[in-house]
Design a protein around this ligand. Structure first.
Ligand code: AP5
Length: 220
């Protein structure tokens, strides 16, 4: 019997390093990365009615209403690639309602990773962040400087200001305990106030150990 594909959720404050770690996890474990924020930004970019509505919440740092998010994420998770190779869900669930909805759909991860970074550190992470739209790589002007040749094409997210971060943080702190409550038995808290590689080494250890146990179990 083959081991079931790995299912992982990753959470943390805005700019705690979720996207950064997801890129590393995907490289090593070949999971399908599903980011609620990326799905929403794609909807906004498409110019659809749902996208227009979502944008008004995102630009203020508030959660987008569930009617725009819940089905979107459930649909993405149910697609063939995610079902076959396993998934890494980033930025969902972000409230008790969302956790409830996904539990009702019978969707549960094997591991829930929470990246812990104190608020005061997040300001610098948010304001220094830049994205490469061609490769989707996340850079930081100080902590992960981009090569000089691509600096001209980098973009900054409109919600990446100190001012907008305040609302995003408030939203996060208001909801995180309720979300974690659903995943206490599989929760892994990771200290995110270390280098990107050190954070990844810990996550890698946890996921590798889990996979090892699963494949032994499948073989037994
Ligand atoms: P979303 O896109 O999910 O944004 P977020 O949660 O605010 O997270 P970020 O993408 O800002 O940060 P990250 O943790 O991925 O950090 P990164 O790795 O880039 O959501 C955006 C909006 O969409 C929400 O505000 C909401 O409106 C809406 N939304 C999303 N999900 C929703 C849901 N489920 N329901 C309703 N609405 C929803 O790192 C940040 C920077 O720090 C980078 O520059 C990076 O290079 C640097 N960095 C990373 N790690 C380190 C390290 N260890 N040391 C130093 N620097 C580091």
């Amino acid at each position: 019997v083959e081991a079931a594909p790995l299912k992982v959720m990753i959470a943390g404050a805005p700019a705690a390093g979720k996207g950064t770690q997801c890129q590393k996890i995907v490289d090593k474990f070949s999971l399908v990365h599903i980011s609620a924020g990326d799905l929403l930004r794609a909807e906004v970019a498409s110019g659809s009615e749902a996208g227009k509505k979502a944008e008004s919440f995102m630009s203020q740092g508030y959660l987008v209403p569930n009617e725009l998010v819940v089905e979107m994420v459930k649909n993405r998770l149910s697609q063939e690639d995610a079902q076959q190779t396993g998934w890494l869900l980033d930025g969902y669930p972000r409230s008790a309602d969302q956790a409830e909805a996904i539990e009702e759909a019978g969707i549960r991860p094997d591991v829930f990773i929470l990246i812990d970074v104190p608020d005061n550190e997040l300001v610098e992470r948010v304001t220094g962040r830049r994205l490469d739209p061609d490769t989707n790589t996340i850079y930081h002007m100080k902590f992960k400087p981009p090569p000089e040749s691509i600096v001209h094409r980098l973009v900054q997210r409109s919600d990446d200001t100190e001012d907008k971060l305040r609302n995003r943080l408030e939203t996060h702190h208001k909801n995180v305990e309720a979300v974690i409550g659903y995943y206490k038995d599989i929760l892994i808290e990771v200290d995110g106030q270390r280098s990107m590689d050190e954070v990844f080494a810990e996550i890698d250890g946890v996921l590798s150990a889990f996979k090892e146990v699963e494949s032994l179990r499948a073989a037994a």
